[in-house]
Design a protein around this ligand. Structure first.
Ligand code: XUL
Ligand code: CO
Length: 439
């Protein structure tokens, strides 16, 4: 069997003093943090589309990346060789999971039947490689945005035949995810939105999207797929406006269409910033509503208004993210999927290692810093005292729903007509505390 990354052996944990760029300085998979191994807190995943398909082309230039295993064809054998290269990479990196779109792994043919045959042939190899390496599928998904048939959307297309094709494609994608023991399945509404409202019946499109997801839920039950469904918010790109624009819009949609018991959110850092939020805002919103499922770990460039999908290296971001994730009790089926690609000028295969090692170490540090913050309890203590007026007296009565406007008016008048004085929010003091941990 060929080796596609001959210059790299298994990446090991060498500790913070190591000078070896091909080693982990912080990610030590078996190290226990709060009684759980780091690998089980972080559940790292490689995104097949960015690491093995995205050649780095942009609006101004062609692909630059070298994929020595790739013969440049859209043939089945090439797709299979690519799987072998990908699993060599996963194994050497020491990552436990990967994610893929159906069309990332197998070529689309002239008919759905032929395309599904291609997919079956590649899934056989994926299964073999999963068994050989122990690497698992975090989630599967279907590409409902690249083919020209999806120009008007998939579940929200004006063309009912396209809806039907998308349904058939997702049916198959759920089947193969199930076959590969995937722990989840993600719906990202690639073109579920609009370019112009002049040609869009928004009410109808939203109803169709709700119906589509219900069909998916029914089919999941029918085939006994026990994985978690996720919906991934993103405000724009490729359409001007996507219906699943942010965590709050997704939550409202899921509630309206009675899907909230069936889908959790897959929060992506760069999608949050595109929506005008921070990554942490989106995570906290999901945690506050018990719908955090998984994370697409990456980073945008705040000076650029698009989805740059860079690898995450910001320790504040990873710390805040791990605080939110740990507050929610940690991942169950989800994980940290690096939905990120190397820069166009980082074109050599070894750059894939540098990129992922950096992301994994950044999250390992975030995890350790978050655990230290949680252990000291300073922030929990501050929150507890900031909201203390709700733990007894009138606050407890309001929370219990035992008082209304009239009782509250009587209460304030009874206190001499004024509320108790406020206390400082101590924003700067808290920011200073954080800096004592992030270093
Ligand atoms: C696109 C994006 C997708 C989804 C899966 O911005 O994030 O790759 O994660 O379809
Ligand atoms: Co994503």
């Amino acid at each position: 069997m060929s080796e596609w990354f001959p210059e790299v052996s298994k990446i090991e944990y060498e500790g913070p003093d190591s000078q070896n760029p091909l080693s982990f300085k912080h990610y030590n998979p078996s190290e226990q943090i709060e009684g759980k191994a780091m690998r089980d807190h972080l559940r790292f995943s490689v995104a097949y589309w960015h690491s093995f398909r995205n050649g780095g082309a942009d609006q101004f230039g062609v692909a630059t990346r070298r994929f020595p295993w790739d013969d440049g064809s859209a043939g089945l054998q090439n797709a299979i060789t690519r799987v072998r290269a990908a699993f060599e990479f996963f194994e050497k990196l020491g990552v436990d999971y990967y994610c893929f779109h159906d069309r990332d792994v197998a070529p689309e043919a002239d008919s759905l039947t032929e395309t599904n045959k291609n997919l079956d042939a590649v899934v056989k190899v994926l299964k073999e490689e999963q068994q050989r390496t122990g690497v698992k599928l975090l989630w599967g998904t279907a590409c409902l945005f690249a083919h020209p048939r999806y120009m008007h959307g998939a579940a929200t297309s004006c063309n009912a035949d396209v809806f039907a094709f998308a349904a058939a494609q997702v049916k198959k994608a759920i089947e193969v995810t199930h076959e590969l023991d995937g722990e989840g399945y993600t719906f990202w509404g690639g073109r579920e939105g609009y370019k112009s409202l002049l040609n869009t019946d928004m009410r109808r499109e939203l109803d169709h999207l709700g119906a589509f997801l219900h069909m998916a839920v029914d089919y999941k039950k029918k085939v006994g797929f026990g994985g978690q469904f996720y919906i991934e918010p993103k405000p724009m790109e490729p359409t001007k406006h996507q219906y699943d624009s942010d965590a709050a819009a997704c939550f409202a949609f899921l509630q309206k269409y009675e899907l909230v018991d069936h889908l959790k959110l897959n929060i992506e850092a760069n999608h949050a910033t595109l929506a005008g939020h921070t990554f942490i805002h989106e995570l906290e919103f999901a945690v506050a509503n018990d719908i955090l499922g998984s994370v697409d770990a990456n980073r945008g460039d705040l000076l650029l208004g698009w989805d740059t999908d860079q690898f995450p290296t910001d320790l504040y971001d990873t710390t805040y993210a791990m605080l939110s994730i740990m507050k929610a009790g940690g991942f169950v089926t989800g994980g940290l999927n690096f939905d990120a690609h190397v820069a166009r000028e980082s074109f050599e295969p070894i750059d894939l290692f540098h990129a992922h090692i950096g992301g994994m170490d950044a999250f390992a540090r975030g995890l350790k810093i978050a655990a230290a913050i949680r252990k000291d309890g300073i922030f929990d203590g501050f929150l507890k005292s900031r909201y203390a007026s709700w733990d007894g007296g009138i606050g407890a009565k309001i929370e219990a729903g035992s008082v209304g406007f009239e009782e509250l008016e009587r209460y304030i008048i009874g206190k001499g007509g004024e509320a108790a004085p406020n206390e400082s929010g101590r924003v700067e003091m808290l920011e200073n505390y954080i800096n004592e941990y992030v270093r």
